[in-house]
Unconditional design. Structure first.
Lengths: 199, 730
C-alpha cells in the first residue's frame, strides 16, 4: 500500500471523519485546487482524474479515474468486468463483492484509488485452469441461483470462506454470506452449495 | 377419445379426453418420462456463476451516454420554475428534457431528465438544476388519505373510491344468524416494494432508424409494443433483447416514462444511452404491493362448519387503482361477500407483485380461520380440513402436518418460559394459468444440433431450462444436446411472465414444435431408408421402429435439406383438456420462536407442500417454492415502506433500512413439490411461481398467536407489535 496520498474512503466519509475536507475536494465547484502537497504533507489527488495502476485477476491495468470513482464502477465501466453487480450502492447487499488481498469486500464502498497496491480478484478471475471453481460447480448442482443477479457476490463470499477455512461450520457459512442479499430466495441452496464446496 | 389417468398416487381418476388433431398424446400418470422430472442444472447456470451473463445493466458501448431523471422531493406540489441552463452548460451534458408547470403527486415523481457522458458528470449536472416548487398539502399514507378533510390526490373525485361493490350481503347475514360464533376483527398489511436486485431501466441504441433496447423486463414483447407506442414508430423497427434479467416479481412489464426518455436521448444524440434507476428510485417509483385494511366478520358453527364471511377492504395503490385483497376464499363458506375500495394517496403507484392481492388477503383470511377455530375450541388443521373441498389440498394437509410435527402443537399461549414456540398453518391457491398464443421454433440441423427459440424471457424461474427439458423429452435426447435461445423479440412470440403463465403456456408449444420437427425428420428417414414413419419414434438418442439401428445423428444426416424447422403454436384446443382440479393448491406450516421479553420473532421452520402440476425439473421447482416462502417470511416479519407523514417521503429507500430477509434470518425450509397429473394441456405443466409466496405470512401469523396466546393482526410482525399484543407496550 502506498500511503503517500490523501485518501478518503466513502465509509470514512460516512463516519464523519474529515468530511469537510473530503467534500470540499469532491464538490463540482472545487476543481480549481490543483493536486499537490496538502498542509499535512500528504499528496492531494483530485478532483480531476488521476492515473492509477490496479492489479486485477493477476493482470496490471493502467487507468485514469477521478478519486470519487468507486472500485466497482472502475471495474464495470472502465474495465468491462461487469460480473460484479451494482445493486444497493452502499454496502448493504454484497452483490459487488470482490476479493482484496484474499479478503471479501464491497467494491461499491471503496474507491478505486484505494485499491492500488492490492491484489483484486473478481468473479471473472475465479475459474481455474480446470474450469469452474468448486463453489461455482456446487452452485450449479444445488441450483443456488435464480435470476442470478446476486450470484457473483454470493459465489465470491463463499469462495473467500472455503479458501481460508477448512470444513466451515453451518454458522460460519451463514456469517460468510450474511452480507449478501438475494431477492429470489436462494439462501438455503447457497448454504448447501458452500458446504459441499468446502469438503 | 382417449383415456387420461389424472391425479396423484392415492387419488387417481380416469377421464375421457377428446383427441386433439395434429398433436401428440397427452402425458398423464401412465406416461414413462425419461428426461422430465429428473434434476437438471439450469442451462444458464454456468454463465451466471461465472459473471459472464450479461444483464441490461451490464451492456456497454463505446461512446455510451448515461441518463437520469431529477425527481421531486415533495409529495404534492406544482413546479413553478425549472431552470436547466446551468446543468446544460456543464461540459459533458449532452441532452435534457423538462418544462415547468408539472403537477407533482408523489415524492420521486420526475421533474426533468438529463443525459451526460459519465455518471459522475450526470450527478454534478443534476445538482445544478434549479427548481422552484409550490408545495401543497399531501395525503401520503392510507390513514391520512382516508381522514376527513384530507388533501385530494386527484381533482376529479374523493380519495376513497369504491372498487368492487359488495354482493350477497343478505345471504351472509343469514349465514351469520345460523352460526354459533361470530368473530369480527380488523387486519392490516403494509406496502412492500419489489426490491428487484437489478433495478428497472434499459440501454437504447439506434441504427438506421431502428432501435435496439436491452431491457430489464419480464415481458419483452410488451416493451416492444409500448416503446413503439411511446415513440410513434412501428413495433417492427424495435428489437428488444433480454437474455438475462435480475428480478421483476411483477414490476417489469411494459416501458416506464424513463425508458422512453432513454430512447429519445439516444436518438437525439445519436449515441447509445443507458438509464438504470438507482436504488432509491427503485423503491420510490418502480411499483409496490398495496397495503390493506381488512375489516372481517366471519362465523361458524360449533361442529366446525363454516358459515358466513364478510370483508370490507381498503388499500392504497398510490396514485392508481387495483388495491384489492383475496379475502375471503379458499374455504367453503356458505355465503361470502367483499367490498373493496381503492384509496388514492400521494405516494408511488403500485404494480403487480407476485400473486397480487393474495398474500395480504390470505394473511387476514387465515388469521380469521384460526380465530374461529379458537372460538369453537377446534384444532385449526381439523377445522380447515372440514371446510376445504380441494382434492389436492386435502392430501397435502396430512403431508405437511406430518413433516412439521403438528401433534406437538400446544394450546395457544400455554408454552412455558420467556421464549415460546408455536405452530401455525395456512393454505394457498392459484389458477392453472396456461394460455394459448405462444409460438416456439424447433430447428434440427443436418449435423444433429437442436435449437429451440422463443422471444420471451427467463426471469429466474428457469424458462430456458424448462424449454430444453420438454424439448429433449419429445426428441428422445439428453438435455445437454439441446440449445435454447430466449429474449430476442425477433424470435417467435411469447407471453409476458405474469400470473405464472410462462411454463404452463410454453411447455405444450415446445412439445408440439419438437413433435412436428420429429415427424418431418422421421419422414425423411422413411424416405431414405424405408420403413413406416408412423411407427417410428425417437428414444434414448436413437430411432425406434426403424428397419435398422439408427442414432439420432444418423437420422439427421438423412435430411433432404440443411435443417428442419417447425413452429409449435399455442392453439386454444391444447389448453382444453379435462382438468383434475380447478385450481392450483398448496399448504404451508410454520414453526416460530417468540421472545416475549424482547418481542422478536424467529421463524424456525417452514414446510411448504405445493401442487406443481407436472414437475419438469425438481431443482427448479424446489427453488420456486423455497424462494416464495422466503419472500413470504420477509413480508411477514421485515419489509415495510415507511413514509414520513410530514413530508410524504420514504424514510427507508435503500437496502439497509428497508429490511429484506438475509442469510442470518433463514429458517429450515422443507419444500415439497407435490406432483399432480392435472390434464390441462398435453404436458400437464401448471403455474408455480406465485402460489408458494401466498400463505407464508398467514402461517407465521398463526404460529406467533399459538406461541404467545395473543394475536398480531398487522404486518410486518415487528417486536413492538408483539409486545403490544402481549400488553407490555401500549
Amino acid at each position: 500500500m502506498s500511503d503517500d496520498k490523501f485518501r478518503v474512503s466513502r465509509r470514512d466519509m460516512l463516519r464523519g471523519a474529515g468530511v469537510a475536507a473530503a467534500l470540499g475536494a469532491l464538490a463540482p465547484g472545487a476543481r480549481a485546487e490543483p493536486p499537490g502537497k496538502g498542509a499535512n504533507g500528504l499528496t492531494r489527488v483530485g478532483p480531476g482524474a488521476t492515473r492509477i495502476e490496479l492489479s486485477i485477476n493477476g493482470k496490471a491495468h493502467l487507468l485514469e479515474v477521478e478519486p470519487r470513482v468507486t472500485l466497482l464502477d472502475a471495474l464495470r465501466d472502465r474495465l468491462e468486468l461487469t460480473g460484479s453487480k451494482r445493486v444497493c450502492d452502499r454496502g448493504a447487499c454484497g452483490a459487488c463483492t470482490v476479493h482484496l488481498d484474499g479478503r471479501p469486500v464491497n467494491s461499491c464502498t471503496m474507491l478505486a484509488i484505494d485499491a492500488e497496491g492490492c491484489k483484486v480478484r473478481t468473479i471473472e478471475g475465479l475459474e481455474g485452469p480446470d474450469g469452474l471453481h468448486p463453489v461455482q460447480a456446487a452452485f450449479l448442482k444445488h441450483d443456488a441461483l435464480q435470476c442470478g443477479f446476486c450470484t457473483p457476490g454470493m459465489v465470491m463470499s463463499c469462495a473467500a470462506l472455503v479458501e481460508t477455512v477448512k470444513s466451515p461450520t453451518d454458522a460460519q457459512i451463514r456469517r460468510a454470506v450474511s452480507g449478501n442479499l438475494c431477492r429470489c430466495g436462494t439462501y438455503g441452496h447457497v448454504f448447501a452449495a458452500c458446504k459441499e464446496a468446502a469438503r | 377419445m382417449s383415456e387420461l389417468r389424472l391425479g396423484f398416487p392415492g387419488n387417481e381418476k380416469r377421464v375421457d379426453a377428446p383427441d386433439v388433431k395434429d398433436s401428440p398424446a397427452p402425458w398423464d400418470l401412465a406416461t414413462d418420462l425419461a428426461v422430465v422430472g429428473k434434476a437438471h442444472p439450469r442451462l444458464d447456470g454456468a454463465l451466471k456463476v461465472t459473471g459472464r451473463a450479461k444483464y441490461s445493466y451490464d451492456i456497454r458501448f463505446p461512446g455510451m451516454i448515461y441518463a437520469k431523471m431529477l425527481r421531486s422531493p415533495h409529495a404534492s406540489a406544482i413546479v413553478r420554475k425549472l431552470d436547466i441552463s446551468k446543468a446544460k452548460a456543464l461540459p459533458g451534458v449532452v441532452y435534457s428534457e423538462g418544462a415547468a408547470g408539472a403537477r407533482i403527486r408523489h415524492a420521486g415523481q420526475e421533474v426533468c431528465g438529463l443525459a451526460a457522458e459519465s455518471e459522475e458528470i450526470l450527478d454534478d449536472a443534476l445538482a445544478l438544476v434549479e427548481v422552484e416548487y409550490e408545495v401543497l398539502d399531501h395525503a401520503a399514507t392510507l390513514d391520512m388519505a382516508m381522514a376527513e378533510g384530507a388533501a385530494k390526490v386527484l381533482d376529479d373525485g374523493p380519495n376513497v373510491r369504491g372498487g368492487r361493490a359488495p354482493g350477497n350481503l343478505e345471504a351472509v347475514a343469514k349465514a351469520h344468524a345460523e352460526a354459533d360464533v361470530v368473530v369480527a376483527q380488523e387486519y392490516r398489511t403494509q406496502v412492500q416494494t419489489h426490491s428487484c436486485l437489478e433495478t428497472h431501466g434499459c440501454v437504447c441504441k439506434w441504427e438506421g432508424g431502428k432501435l435496439t433496447v436491452w431491457a430489464s423486463t419480464q415481458a419483452t414483447f410488451a416493451i416492444q409494443s409500448s416503446m413503439a407506442q411511446a415513440l410513434r414508430i412501428p413495433a417492427a423497427d424495435i428489437l428488444v433483447i433480454t437474455e438475462h434479467m435480475g428480478g421483476g416479481f411483477g414490476s417489469k412489464f411494459g416501458i416506464s416514462s424513463w425508458d422512453a426518455f432513454c430512447a429519445r436521448a439516444a436518438r437525439e444524440t445519436k449515441r447509445p444511452c443507458r438509464l438504470m434507476l438507482d436504488r432509491r428510485e427503485e423503491h420510490l417509483v418502480a411499483g409496490n404491493r398495496p397495503d390493506s385494511i381488512q375489516r372481517c366478520k366471519f362465523s361458524a358453527k360449533r361442529d366446525g362448519t363454516l358459515c358466513g364471511a364478510a370483508v370490507e377492504a381498503f388499500g392504497t395503490a398510490g396514485n392508481g387503482g387495483g388495491a384489492g385483497v383475496f379475502n375471503p376464499g379458499i374455504y367453503a363458506f356458505k355465503a361470502a361477500s367483499q367490498s373493496a375500495s381503492d384509496v388514492l394517496t400521494h405516494a408511488g403507484g403500485a404494480r403487480a407483485f407476485r400473486a397480487p392481492s393474495h398474500p395480504q388477503g390470505v394473511f387476514a383470511l387465515e388469521g380469521m380461520m384460526d380465530e374461529l377455530a379458537d372460538a369453537i375450541g377446534m384444532d385449526p388443521l381439523a377445522f380447515r380440513k372440514r371446510n376445504d373441498r380441494h382434492p389436492v389440498r386435502l392430501a397435502q394437509y396430512d403431508v405437511g402436518a406430518k413433516e412439521i410435527g403438528w401433534e406437538r402443537r400446544v394450546k395457544s399461549g400455554s408454552a412455558k418460559g420467556p421464549v415460546k414456540r408455536g405452530l401455525g398453518m395456512a393454505s394457498t391457491r392459484w389458477g392453472h394459468n396456461a394460455r394459448p398464443g405462444d409460438a416456439v421454433n424447433c430447428r434440427i440441423g443436418r449435423d444433429g444440433s437442436v435449437l429451440f427459440s422463443n422471444g420471451s424471457q427467463d426471469i429466474g424461474t428457469g424458462t430456458r431450462t424448462v424449454i430444453a427439458v420438454i424439448g429433449a423429452e419429445e426428441l428422445g435426447l439428453p438435455v445437454a444436446r439441446v440449445s435454447v435461445r430466449l429474449g430476442h423479440t425477433s424470435d417467435p412470440y411469447g407471453h409476458g411472465s405474469g400470473g405464472s403463465v410462462t411454463a404452463p403456456s410454453i411447455a405444450p408449444v415446445v412439445r408440439h414444435a419438437a413433435w412436428l420437427a420429429k415427424r418431418e425428420l422421421l419422414a425423411n428417414v422413411a424416405a431414405a431408408d424405408g420403413g413406416d414413419a408412423g411407427k417410428m419414434d425417437l428414444r434414448g438418442g436413437k430411432v425406434t421402429g426403424a428397419s435398422r439401428d439408427l442414432t439420432f445423428e444418423q437420422a439427421c444426416a438423412m435430411m433432404t435439406k440443411d435443417a428442419i424447422e417447425a413452429q409449435g403454436q399455442g392453439r386454444a384446443e391444447f389448453f382444453g383438456l379435462p382438468r383434475f382440479s380447478g385450481e392450483v393448491a398448496g399448504v404451508q406450516f410454520a414453526e416460530v420462536e417468540v421472545d416475549t421479553e424482547m418481542g422478536a420473532v424467529r421463524v424456525v421452520k417452514v414446510v411448504a407442500v405445493q401442487d406443481c402440476g407436472l414437475v419438469v425439473d425438481p431443482l427448479l421447482a424446489r427453488s420456486q417454492i423455497s424462494g416464495g416462502v422466503i419472500q413470504g417470511i420477509s413480508y411477514a416479519l421485515f419489509e415495510d415502506r415507511i413514509l414520513d407523514r410530514a413530508t410524504g417521503n420514504m424514510v427507508n429507500p435503500n437496502l439497509l433500512d428497508y429490511k429484506v430477509l438475509g442469510a442470518a434470518d433463514m429458517p429450515e425450509i422443507v419444500s415439497i413439490a407435490f406432483s399432480v397429473a392435472n390434464g390441462i394441456s398435453p404436458t400437464g405443466v401448471s403455474s408455480l411461481g406465485e402460489p408458494p409466496t401466498v400463505p407464508t405470512a398467514g402461517a407465521i401469523g398463526n404460529a406467533v398467536a399459538n406461541a404467545i396466546g395473543a394475536r398480531v393482526r398487522s404486518l410486518p410482525i415487528t417486536p413492538d407489535k408483539v409486545l403490544a399484543a402481549l400488553g407490555v407496550l401500549s
